[in-house]
Structure formats: C-alpha cells, structure tokens
Write a protein that binds this ligand. Structure first.
Ligand code: GLC
Length: 489
C-alpha cells in the first residue's frame, strides 16, 4: 500500500510531463517584423486543418511509429506477414510505396469542405517520420512520385502541390508539416546498425560528416518545399528531439521529457542548424511562421499543445492540434467528435487565446471518411452565425467561467459572451450572469444572428443578460450562443 501511495504522485508527474511537453517550453518572441505581422494574422484565423496522410494509410495504422523500436501500445505492429521480425516488418512497411494508389484524391473537394467549415489554413504532412515524401523530392526515391509508385503516373501525383493549390484557391493559408527525423534516410538510421529508438542511431558528434550529410538532405528538402510549392505560410516541424543539445543545466531547467526517464527521454545532440535554415527559408517565404515544435528558442513561433486544451490562457501564440476522429492517420471506421464537443472545444480554445488545428486522416483511396464531412458541415453552420465572436478576437479575462466563455474583437473591443449549452441540451436560459465583465453605461447587447437588443443589468459580480422567450424559441443556431456586448467598462 505504501508503495502504491508513493507511486501515484510519480505516475501523475510522468503523465503531466508527457502532456505538457509541447506547451511548457519558454517562448521566445520573434524579432523579424514580417514574422510578427504574420503571426498576428495567424492568430486571427483560429481554425485550421491538419492532415496526416501517407503510404501507411493503406494499413489503417498509426503513422510511422510502428517502425520505431520503442514499445508502446499505440504503436504496436499489427500488419505484415511477420510483425515480430523487425526487419521483415520494416521492409513490408516501406513496400507500401509500391501499392499506394489514391485514385479518388480530390483536394478541391477537401478544400471546399474546410473553407465552408470556417477553416482558414491547412497543415499537411509533406513527410512524416517514416521519410515517405508526399511531394516530389529529388533527394530521395521514397516518395509518392517514384516511378515505382503506382500513383506516379497520375497528373495529381505531387499531392502536396495539389493540396496547397486547392486550399489556396479557397483562400486558405498553406502549411507544410515536415518531420525532421527521417527513419528511411541512411544518414539518420544508418543501416549498418539497428535503430535503437526514435533518435539518430549513431553519435553525430563521433561521425560529423555523416551527420552533415543528413543536415544537408534536410535543408535541401525543406528548401524544395519553400521554392517549388508556391506561397507557404507555415513550416510546421515535428520531431523536437532533432535539435541541438543544450548544456545540462539549461536542459534540466525546462526539459520535462528528459526527466521522465523513459527511453524516449534519451537526448542526443542533433544540431540541424535550424536558425540557418529558417533564415534561408524566409528568403523565399518572407515572414514565414516556423514552428520548430518543442524546441526552446527563436524558431518556435508558436507552441503546439497536442491533443489537449490547456487549462488556462497561455501568454504566447499557441495552437492545439487535436484529432477530430480515429487517429492522426486514417483508421477504418473512425468515430468523429460530435458537433457539440467540437464547437465547445473551439470556443474554449479561442477564449484562451489559441487556435484549433483539427486533424482529419484521408483514407488509402484518397477519400475523407463521410463523418469528417458531416462534422465540418455542422461546424460551418455554427460559424456562419457566430464567426464575429471567433475570428480576429483576443483573449479577455476571466476567459471562461463555468459554461460561459469570453472573447474580444481586437479592433472594435466589443466583447462576446458565448454561452455553451449544458449537457442536457436545454438551450439557453431566460437569464444568465457573465461573471467578471461589466457592460459600459451605453452598451448595446445583442445575440449574434438574432434581431433586437437584449435587456441587461450589471450586478456586483458581472453583467446579467436576459433572453426573451421569443428568441429562446427561435434561436439562430444550436449548441452555443454568442451575446455581443458593444462596450465593457
Ligand atoms: C504526435 C504523434 C505524431 C503526430 C503528431 C501530430 O506527436 O506521435 O505522429 O504527427 O502527434 O501532432
């Protein structure tokens, strides 16, 4: 029993550390004016789409991770002729390139659905950790445009280009997810040795020339994306363990992952020369937002809490990346979040000053699951009515009290109180109090999407708002309602 009591707090610390690794890193504000400007525009957008898609989608398994020799339930090998034999498994996994043929690929359809849902940017996996390129890189043949890949003859074979073009045509920004680790590249996982974990499988300090080849390769691939794919707004770099090792004292002060003691906590010096790369990339893409995830310092222009919404407002630009249904990558019959969960989550995130990057995994044939369209459609309907309370807003204290969230238009300073419907589906009550906010003397209050002004009265603790019966019987939308307060004290 005593042992158990000791163990519970330790377990809690481990779980908490794993959860927070993408949001606790100290934030460094960029100094480049163009980047600052772009970040501000990005903070207006609030809602983006993340897509994980690769040859792994054919097996309906977790992206990349099953070829990494780290043993967690979520990356268990479930496919192939002999999943217990690592090298057979990896070979068969990589051979998925020979059969990947997503002939139903129709990025215009995705872009329309995303745009109708109110999404303002897309982040697409141009290359995940397995190294399979969803763009036509000339530095590898492990790519969808390889002659050996059946889709290479398709006019849309360079899927990254097609996706960026289609989404841009709908007015969305283009973001390139790119994995720094590359588990196919011989200068990352040298085939002479078995891989040990997610890290490079040799010591870059002992083999600097080999490491240099990998750095070159990475820079070259990223520069291809920055040069040949039109305007790119965000470079979203995953695999935070590929970074320069900082001195021990600095590491100990912030690196929660290392303290966890898991195998993934092994820190290997992997200096990819990110500042140099970011500067080169910005010569091609002025103002480019660089997100070197979970790497402290100037190249992580926003932070990326993963699959969770922070408990409180975060004092820097941030984005929660969240799985809308299934996994990051496609799984058979994915169950999507309900419109209510999704809309409430979006509001919660926006009230805390963040963006929601919602992930959908396209299937092996190039189609989204039907549930993805249904969900986005419902979100779009809500956003059509309430967009004014979402876009171009900034966080305002006290952010959220019970089921009421606050946002504030950054220019007009109008405040929006968003009432989230309770679990019982009871709509909106006759009156409710918004705590911590007081309407100015001449303020006008109204519900977005409905006609007429609302009665209100300031109390000791906030502003009490009255919703007339007629309005409650004929609400402009479902699930959550926004009351605009033209001016606050
Ligand atoms: C996690 C997964 C990785 C995925 C990422 C997206 O880190 O391990 O595969 O790409 O989340 O945020």
């Amino acid at each position: 029993m005593k042992k158990l009591i000791l163990f519970i707090p330790i377990l809690f610390v481990l779980i908490a550390n794993a959860q927070y690794e993408h949001e606790v890193t100290n934030y460094t504000w960029p100094t480049d004016e163009k980047v600052l400007e772009k970040l501000d525009d990005w903070q207006d957008m609030k809602f983006g789409l993340l897509m994980h898609w690769g040859s792994y989608s054919q097996w309906g398994i977790v992206e990349s991770w099953s070829i990494c020799p780290e043993d967690y339930g979520w990356c268990q090998r479930k496919k192939g002729s002999n999943p217990d034999d690592y090298f057979t498994y990896k070979k068969e996994y990589e051979n998925l390139k020979l059969s990947f043929n997503p002939t139903a690929f129709n990025p215009e359809k995705w872009a329309k659905a995303a745009s109708n849902a109110g999404m303002k940017y897309v982040v697409f996996t141009t290359k995940h950790h397995d190294g399979f390129c969803m763009f036509d890189s000339k530095y590898t043949d492990y790519k969808i445009t390889s002659k050996e890949s059946p889709f290479s003859g398709n006019p849309k074979a360079n899927v990254t280009k097609e996706i960026f073009n289609a989404f841009r045509a709908e007015g969305l920004w283009a973001g390139a997810y790119f994995s720094k680790p590359d588990w196919h590249n011989e200068n990352y996982w040298d085939p002479k040795f078995p891989p040990f974990d997610r890290n490079v499988n040799y010591d870059p300090d002992l083999y600097p020339e080999k490491w240099e080849k990998f750095v070159d390769f990475t820079h070259n691939q990223i520069m291809e994306l920055m040069t040949d794919y039109g305007k790119v707004d965000i470079l979203w770099l995953d695999g935070g363990w590929v970074s320069k090792k900082e001195p021990e004292a600095v590491r100990n002060s912030y690196n929660v992952r290392e303290k966890s003691g898991f195998i993934k906590g092994r820190t290997v010096n992997q200096d990819i020369r990110m500042s140099e790369l970011a500067a080169k990339a910005r010569e091609k893409q002025p103002g480019l937002i660089v997100v070197d995830r979970a790497v402290r310092g100037p190249n992580q222009n926003y932070l990326t809490p993963e699959n969770r919404v922070p408990d409180a407002q975060l004092p820097y630009p941030w984005e929660s990346c969240i799985i809308a249904g299934g996994g990051w990558s496609w799984v058979p019959n994915p169950q999507f979040m309900s419109p209510k969960q999704s809309i409430h989550m979006l509001i919660d995130i926006v009230a805390k000053g963040g963006n929601l990057l919602y992930n959908i995994g396209p299937g092996p044939d190039g189609r989204w699951p039907a549930g993805a369209y249904e969900l986005l459609d419902a979100m779009g309907k809500w956003i059509d009515v309430n967009g004014e309370a979402i876009y171009s807003t900034r966080a305002i204290e006290p952010f959220k009290t019970e089921n009421i969230c606050l946002t504030q238009q950054k220019d007009t300073k109008a405040v929006y109180a968003l009432y989230l419907e309770e679990a019982d589906g009871a709509g909106i009550p006759e009156s409710f109090e918004v705590k911590g906010i007081f309407a100015a003397k001449n303020a006008k209050l109204s519900m977005l999407g409905a006609k007429g002004n609302l009665k209100w009265q300031n109390t000791d603790s906030g502003v009490k708002i009255f919703i007339p019966k007629k309005m409650r019987q004929n609400l402009p939308c479902d699930l959550a309602w926004a009351v605009k307060i033209s001016e606050v004290k």
